[in-house]
Design a protein around this ligand. Structure first.
Ligand code: C2O
Ligand code: CU
Ligand code: CU
Length: 483
């Protein structure tokens, strides 16, 4: 295939070192803030070229051929405001088809917008173009490929980037004074056989994960906070299957935003669990003894392989657990550097609107099964994904409650496109803090009720498990929103 020259159409400059050009930038201990290129909208337009291509990267002294947007992992960070026009010229230089999904954006699921039914053939350039609504919430969005059957492989291969929409949260004085950092969490496996090709079926069932943990494409990068200051950490779980149970030594986390918007006020947490596709923003207060503090990933067990398929997995796989480790892993390190006048935490953030009682309540049961000749399939209400079938029809300007019931032996993060929702209850117990979400973890054996206002955009899109191997193996349904 012919290589093309790409111009950066947006007027913004590259925010820092391109990882790909400098393998040493991925070694331990670099300052993390300079890691990703940033494209910001200018005069209401965000125009970007994204070249989707394979490229050699190295982490912790190991090299591997991965997939990238513009030869960077993560892909460039895109930033826009409500009302902005977005134009993304995406060129597929891979040998397989791909496409783009704008996870977290409330935009049309059709045409050249957030249309996951589009397919970019190898060699093709396609221009995505849409307008972000004037009343769009502020969010840490996440763009990634979404072509059914290829998603896990391409995300695990390296594809993904942050799409920020600035909003009311950004205008709160204490938040404006906080130092802002993005943390794009992604695991890799550079073993030639595992990084890019399909893993064996058992690995797909549990959801593939890799031993190399990165934040912004770096192993254990450093972040800094001034004594007295505030640090705003914006997390994206961009991993294919891995869960992160985050804890910062010596510092509580003050949750200020979930997937699709701010909380009503900061919520103090000692740890934060993020399943794939989930995002969260926290504030950290620089009020500890100056020193080094590790951002940890605590052990979490998200399912058990040996219990699947009635022990049909064979001896080697019996009882194999994923993500279960006895000791916490270090993701990044926080340093104290400098001093500032003491910044207080904000008291109030953005009020969460109370949604009206729904007229329609639906149930979605998540499970899996063995199918002769097809192996393991992942199911919603007993059915695997079929692109020709419409599973759910809803009407715009209505509110619905969906009860998501996990009767399987693995946890499933359930994600709905286009319209964010609020979590109402878990296992019948009302949740204390309402927040705006687009992905909700439904642990094995549990149920979650969510309330969804269907607004603004008619069209066809999907809901699915965000363990992307499960999505590729069928745990996805089609929803049509009628105007
Ligand atoms: Cu983040 Cu349907 O995906
Ligand atoms: Cu999505
Ligand atoms: Cu799943």
């Amino acid at each position: 295939m012919q290589r093309r020259q790409f111009l950066i159409l947006s007027g913004s400059t590259l925010g820092g070192i391109l990882l790909s050009q400098c393998a040493s930038s991925q070694t331990r201990g670099k300052d993390a803030s300079a890691s990703a290129a940033v494209f910001k909208s200018q005069e209401g337009l965000l125009e970007v070229n994204l070249d989707i291509e394979s490229h050699v990267f190295s982490f912790a002294g190991k090299q591997g051929n991965l997939l990238s947007y513009n030869q960077q992992i993560p892909g460039p960070r895109l930033e826009a405001y409500p009302g902005d026009r977005v134009r993304i010229h995406a060129t597929n230089s891979l040998s397989a088809p791909t496409n783009l999904h704008y996870h977290g954006l409330h935009i049309s699921p059709e045409g050249s917008a957030d249309n996951i039914f589009l397919q970019l053939s190898p060699g093709e350039t396609y221009t995505y173009e849409f307008t972000i609504p004037d009343n769009h919430y502020g969010t840490t969005g996440y763009y990634h490929p979404h072509l059914h059957g290829y998603v896990a492989q391409q995300v695990f291969g390296g594809l993904g980037g942050i799409f920020v929409v600035r909003g009311a949260l950004d205008d709160i004085p204490e938040i404006q004074q906080a130092k802002e950092e993005f943390l794009f969490l992604k695991d890799f496996d550079l073993t030639a056989a595992r990084g890019r090709s399909q893993p064996f079926h058992g690995m797909q069932m549990m959801g593939r994960d890799g031993p190399i943990l990165t934040v912004n494409g770096q192993v254990n990068p450093q972040f800094s906070i001034p004594s007295g200051g505030l640090l705003r950490l914006r997390f994206v779980n961009a991993s294919t299957s891995r869960f992160y149970r985050l804890q910062l030594e010596g510092h509580p986390l003050y949750l200020i935003a979930t997937d699709a918007g701010a909380t009503a006020s900061p919520i103090q947490l000692s740890e934060l669990l993020l399943s794939p596709g989930e995002r969260a923003e926290v504030l950290i207060q620089g009020n500890a003894e100056p020193g080094q503090y590790r951002l940890l990933n605590l052990p979490y067990e998200r399912g058990q392989m040996g219990m699947m398929g009635g022990g049909m997995m064979g001896g080697g796989m019996m009882g194999r657990r994923r993500n279960q480790r006895e000791t916490p892993q270090t993701l990044a390190t926080l340093n104290y550097s400098g001093e500032t006048e003491t910044l207080p935490l904000p008291q109030q953030l953005i009020p969460i609107e109370t949604l009206p009682e729904p007229k329609t309540v639906r149930q979605f049961t998540l499970n899996h099964g063995m199918f002769p000749g097809r192996g393991m399939q992942f199911l919603i209400n007993g059915q695997a994904f079929d692109p020709r079938r419409v599973d759910t029809r809803v009407s715009l300007d209505t509110v619905e409650d969906w009860e998501i019931i996990n009767t399987g032996v693995m946890d499933h993060p359930f994600h709905l496109h286009t319209n964010p929702f609020q979590i109402m209850s878990r296992n019948g117990q009302p949740v204390t803090h309402r927040t705006w979400k687009d992905t909700v973890l439904v642990p094995r054996g549990e149920s979650v009720r969510i309330r969804i206002p269907f607004q603004d955009f008619a069209g066809k899109t999907v809901y699915h498990c965000h363990i992307l191997d499960h999505e590729d193996l069928g745990m996805m349904g089609i929803i049509v929103m009628n105007g």
